[in-house]
Every structure is written in structure tokens, then in C-alpha cells.
Design a protein around this ligand. Structure first.
Ligand SMILES: C[S@@+](CC[C@H](N)C(=O)[O-])C[C@H]1O[C@@H](n2cnc3c(N)ncnc32)[C@H](O)[C@@H]1O
Length: 269
């Protein structure tokens, strides 16, 4: 296994428990009832799965990559297998899950990525593929279910999550080839007739990768303060500034019709 892969998997494992702690209160209010079903789509090596189970969720992990499945089987010889499937064509009954979460996956849909140097190319139909995925996540969620999707924000000009090295960063144009923006989610919601809202991100970000650099440690405190202001705006129902300025997005999708205030801006391609 390459050094980068070992390092990236180490980080993924370390972040899994924090990610679950962040999402757990969002997907359940009060104690989790037995049989509450959660789907983690694009779950990577499935490190979040035991964490969700520990909290009482009946969890299924899905990933498209055979390598990820092999890592899961290697590390959990007696466990339930992870399901190998494409997020755009999920092999589950409609409405089967109370909660669906997808972390750091949507940006990898509809693009081709290559290493050394890290390059991204949009594949034909990228936006349609992403729209299909978010609709599919919603369709396997129960009518009153929760769907939460996160990714770095395409409107923020620096991407701290993708590159040839762990801890590298990438400056990109706006719009970005790789990262969707909140406007993209709003456009998908308008086209699909589902609601789209932002969730405060402050507690989701740990600055683990940039914290490896002196400049990253320097910028952590001001960034945390900045994120608390954005989170406060989100909690007041203001999404325009956080949607544009936050480095990372956590988006809640709902089957209910969209809020007309969100439906007002013109569609973004
Ligand atoms: C950056 S990893 C994120 C892993 C994990 N969710 C986390 O947050 O640590 C993205 C994962 O999404 C998976 N993925 C990408 N496109 C997918 C698709 N269309 N369907 C299912 N999984 C996909 C990749 O194989 C990869 O494991």
C-alpha cells in the first residue's frame, strides 16, 4: 500500500468517531430507538460503521470502490459486509432508512481524478450525475427521514482536503470542477422539488490536516472564530453568506417542498 494511502486511511479512521459524534444529534433527537436504520453512502473503509452501531443504529455502509470493500473485509472478518454499490443506483427499498449520511463523496461523482500532480477533469454529465445521487439518497430515506451530505465548499477558493499529499491544499477557480457549491444544492433542490438547508459546520471541522503546518496552526483560531459567526448566521436562518464563505458545507436535504426563500434565486448550472 502506498505511503499516501496508509496516511489517508489513518486520518479517515481517526476522523470517523468525531464525524459520528457530530452527526448523531442531527439524525436523532432523544435516545435512538431500536431498529433505527442509517445508511452511510460513500463510507470509505467503513470506520464509521462500528461507531454508529455502538450508538444503537442499524447501519449499512455503501461504497463504490472494491478496494474499500476489501479493506472492510480485512479489518472486520466477522462483521456484516459493506455493500458495494453506486450512490446513483442504491440497491435498497425506497424509504428504507430513517437517516442517510454521505460525507466527502458527492464531489467525487462525475469527475475523473489523477495523481502526481493531482488533476481533476469533469466527465460529461457531471451535474446530472450529482443530481441523480442526491435524489437517490432522498429516495431511500423515509418520508420524514434525514439526509445529510457534506463536502468542501466550491465557493471557497482553497480546498484543504484534496491533493497529492495529506495536508496539501489546492487553490481553485470559482466555480470549481471538483467541489459543488451551496448554489448547486439549491438548484438540485429546485429541480427535484426537495428542501435544502445549511447546517452549522463549526463542530464538524477539526483542522487536523492543516494543523500539521505552522501556518495552519496560526490560522486555526481566527478560522474557528469566523466559523462561529457563520454558524450563528445559519442558526438565524441566514444562508447566503455562510453558503458563500464557509470552507465546508453540511447540507440537509428533505422531502418536504422547498422553502420559497431558498427557491427564489435563479438556477445555477
Ligand atoms: C473521501 S472518501 C470519504 C470516506 C468517508 N465517507 C469519510 O468521510 O471518511 C469518498 C468515498 O466515496 C466513495 N465514492 C465515490 N463515488 C461514489 C459513488 N458514486 N457511489 C458510492 N461511493 C462513492 C469513494 O470510493 C470513497 O470511498
Amino acid at each position: 500500500m502506498s505511503h499516501l494511502r496508509v496516511e489517508a486511511e489513518g486520518l479517515e479512521k481517526a476522523a470517523a468517531s468525531e464525524r459520528v459524534q457530530y452527526y448523531a444529534p442531527l439524525v436523532s433527537s432523544g435516545p435512538v430507538s431500536a431498529g433505527r436504520r442509517l445508511l452511510d453512502v460513500g463510507c470509505g473503509n467503513g470506520y464509521s460503521i462500528p461507531e454508529w452501531r455502538r450508538l444503537g443504529f442499524g447501519v449499512v455502509g455503501v461504497d463504490l470502490d472494491l478496494y474499500r470493500l476489501s479493506r472492510w473485509v480485512e479489518e472486520h472478518p466477522a462483521g456484516t459486509p459493506l455493500v458495494l454499490a453506486d450512490a446513483g443506483h442504491l440497491p435498497f427499498r425506497r424509504g428504507a432508512f430513517h437517516c442517510v449520511v454521505s460525507s466527502g463523496m458527492i464531489e467525487h461523482v462525475g469527475v475523473a481524478e489523477s495523481p502526481n500532480p493531482y488533476k481533476i477533469r469533469a466527465l460529461p454529465g457531471r451535474d446530472e450525475s450529482r443530481f441523480r445521487v442526491v435524489r437517490e439518497l432522498l429516495s431511500v430515506a423515509a418520508p420524514d427521514g434525514q439526509v445529510l451530505v457534506d463536502c468542501p465548499n466550491g465557493m471557497f477558493p482553497v480546498d484543504f482536503w484534496h491533493g497529492d499529499r495529506v495536508g496539501a491544499f489546492r487553490l481553485h477557480s470559482i466555480p470549481d470542477v471538483l467541489l459543488p457549491s451551496f448554489q448547486d444544492f439549491l438548484a438540485w433542490g429546485r429541480n427535484g422539488g426537495f428542501s435544502v438547508s445549511l447546517v452549522p459546520v463549526g463542530r464538524r471541522l477539526r483542522f487536523r490536516q492543516v494543523g500539521r503546518h505552522w501556518w495552519g496552526r496560526l490560522f486555526t483560531a481566527p478560522m474557528r472564530a469566523f466559523l462561529s459567526v457563520l454558524d450563528w448566521l445559519v442558526s438565524c436562518g441566514v444562508t447566503v453568506l455562510p453558503g458563500r464563505l464557509s470552507p465546508f458545507l453540511v447540507v440537509r436535504l428533505g422531502k418536504a417542498a422547498m422553502d420559497p426563500r431558498d427557491a427564489a434565486p435563479p438556477a445555477v448550472a
